[in-house]
Design a protein around this ligand. Sequence first.
Ligand code: HSE
Length: 291
Amino acid sequence: MKIIVPATSANVGPGFDSVGIAVTRYLTIEVLEPADAWFIEHDLGAGIPTDEKNLLLSTALSISTDMQAHRIKMTSEVPLARGLGSSSSVIVAGIELANQLANLQLSDAEKLRIATEIEGHPDNVAPAIFGNLCCATGLKTKVLNTVISVPSELHFAVVVPEVMVSTEYARSVLPNHVPFKEAVQNVSHASLFVTSLITHQLSNLSVALDDNLHVPYRKTLIPYCDAAFEAAKAAGAYGATISGSGSTLIAYVDKAHVQAVAEAMGAVFTSNGIENKTYCLEADSTGASII
Ligand code: HSE
């Protein structure tokens, strides 16, 4: 059995903690043979546990202990702790692992509630489960979520700089209060963002991506962030923002410009001595899947 979960880009600019998009980088979990003890084979570095302390297994075992231990192979194309939902993908895979091995028959709504409880942010986990663009809000006992298709003409140029920003720290720099006018502008931008995708009016994104709730505070944690945003626009992007809590930056762009925009953002970091990787991505329309 294989469990495949897409990366996610949370917040989409103005949709802080509310909106996220699944993108085409994947975590793959292969369930190999039954074993006396759980063991995860991976090449993600010495800091990632291979036993029950691994987030995949701690998630699965927090849901059910009624499972035969297995040897598992974990392969991830999702950069770790860079704002592309690496933890979310592992948590969603862990829930699916327990669901399959303990035959729990969890509904999608239950998976989303459990994933949000563990991860903390529905905008990260919802698209990992459902694919596409998700709008989610967490209530006390459940999470409400809607899914819309992302227009196929929308592509994403992504730069992942070698800059580590933990979500915890990136949340600690946010203010307790924002001016009323700025909050109102966020509501209008987030609404415009989602409806512009529905109506294929992608040029609106040059305005709709602007945010007042987190980007102005978090960009101080990512050197050359503004320069990369400007380079993305100059190379033909509709606009760019921070992916999740960073440090990945994501530009929204049409297919014709996606390569040039990725290169332009990467060049900003490279020319300032910061290693980086760039990717040209699309929206994932499948979400978590089992093979
Ligand atoms: N919406 C969350 C945040 C996502 O930006 O803090 C965390 O990955």
